[in-house]
Structure formats: structure tokens, C-alpha cells
Design a protein around this ligand. Structure first.
Ligand code: IMP
Length: 199
């Protein structure tokens, strides 16, 4: 049987990150009622998988199982070509327990300098998973490519946004109007795939 999401369905958003929750709501166009997992007091599972899709599925399944409702989760991060894809799935962890992204961005810059490479190409990946409490699940992945700039610029985004300039633009994600970022981001591209699969 095909998996279909009816408009008006309540979805549990398995994220505790307010920046990501805001983007999820914007990208879902008000089609669904969203309850954040944090607001239900659901614990966050350990992200033990080795890929973005694996971790997105793990988080969606965990929230669906605990809440008894359909859950949506994303796992995302910044991959740097000259660092063999790091920080990748460890993007949040590079910021440490205090979520210090200034430190995480400084670490990216230091590691890049250590490589001696001039290559500043990087990409954001977003894996999105929807899981039903009785087991079925769907997962998709979107990506946006760009170049890293140091020092970072702009304070409109979150995470690594200040150091990332998407291909074809001159502003960083941190400088960009959030609506413009929402339209071209890795999460938007993953959403397009999810819509094609489920709506
Ligand atoms: P996770 O998906 O919760 O494991 O965390 C992903 C991490 O990747 C976030 O904490 C951010 O550091 C980073 N990240 C993911 N998407 C974006 C984005 O759109 N802009 C900036 N940083 C991002």
C-alpha cells in the first residue's frame, strides 16, 4: 500500500533545534499540525548511525514509537571536500555540548589550513525521514553545494550558515533572507523529494 500523508495530520517533529523546527514548519506550508518532540518531553536518541539517512530514520522511528504518532525527523550537516566530508554527521558534535558554532567554524578553518589545500568546496546535506508508529518509513536526501568563506558573515541563520556561500550567490546563508534560504537549501531539496514521495 502506498504511504500517504493526509493534510491536517498531526506530525511529531523529532528535533530539539529551534532553528530547524522553524524551517520545518515553513517548508511544510502549514499543511500539517506540528508538535515538537521537545514539547512532548520525548528524549533524544543517541545518533548511532554512520549516515545522514540512517540517523534521520533512527530519530523518526524513535519519536513515532514513543508518541504513537507519525513523526518526521531530519539529520543534516556540513561536509567539506578538502576534509574528506568532515564534519558531516558530526556537524553538531563539533560545536560541543554548549553548541558553540563559532568554535566549530574556527575548527573547520584550522583543519582546512592544516591540509594546505585551496579547495573551499563544501555542501550541506539534509536527510528527511517520516516514520509511522506501526513500522513503515520513508527517507530522502537533499544537498546544496557551495564554497566556504572565512571569516564568516551574517547572523540571520544558525549553525555553519555564516561560512557557507551557496553556488550562484554571493551572500552567505547567514546573510541571506531566510525565505530565500528556505527556497534553495538542502532541506528544501529534500522536502521536494518527500512531497513527491508522500503528498
Ligand atoms: P543534527 O542534524 O541535529 O545532527 O545537526 C546538524 C548540524 O548541522 C546542526 O547543528 C548544524 O550545525 C549543521 N547544519 C545543518 N543544517 C544547517 C543549515 O542549514 N545551516 C547551518 N548549519 C546547519
Amino acid at each position: 500500500m502506498p504511504l500517504i500523508l493526509q493534510p491536517g495530520t498531526t506530525l511529531i517533529a523529532a528535533t530539539h533545534n529551534p532553528g530547524k523546527a522553524r524551517e520545518l514548519v515553513a517548508l511544510l506550508d502549514g499543511r500539517f499540525e506540528i508538535i515538537a518532540a521537545g514539547a512532548l518531553g520525548l528524549p533524544e536518541p543517541d545518533e548511532t548511525e554512520t549516515t545522514f539517512t540512517g540517523n534521520a530514520l533512527l530519530k523518526a522511528r524513535h519519536a513515532a514509537l514513543l508518541s504513537g504518532r507519525i513523526a518526521i525527523a531530519d539529520d543534516s550537516g556540513l561536509s567539506v571536500a578538502a576534509l574528506d566530508g568532515s564534519p558531516g554527521i558530526f556537524s553538531a558534535r563539533w560545536a560541543g555540548p554548549t553548541k558553540d558554532f563559532a568554535a566549530a567554524m574556527a575548527k573547520v578553518e584550522e583543519r582546512l589550513i592544516e591540509t594546505g589545500s585551496d579547495d573551499r568546496s563544501a555542501w550541506f546535506t539534509s536527510a528527511l525521514a517520516v516514520a509511522w508508529p506501526d513500522g513503515p518509513a520513508v527517507v530522502v536526501e537533499g544537498r546544496v553545494d557551495g564554497q566556504l568563506v572565512f571569516p564568516g558573515r551574517g547572523d540571520r541563520g544558525f549553525g555553519y550558515d555564516p561560512i557557507f556561500v551557496p553556488d550562484g550567490y554571493s551572500q552567505t546563508f547567514g546573510e541571506m533572507d531566510p525565505a530565500r534560504k528556505d527556497a534553495l537549501s538542502h532541506r528544501a531539496r529534500a522536502f521536494d523529494k518527500l512531497k513527491a514521495a508522500l503528498f
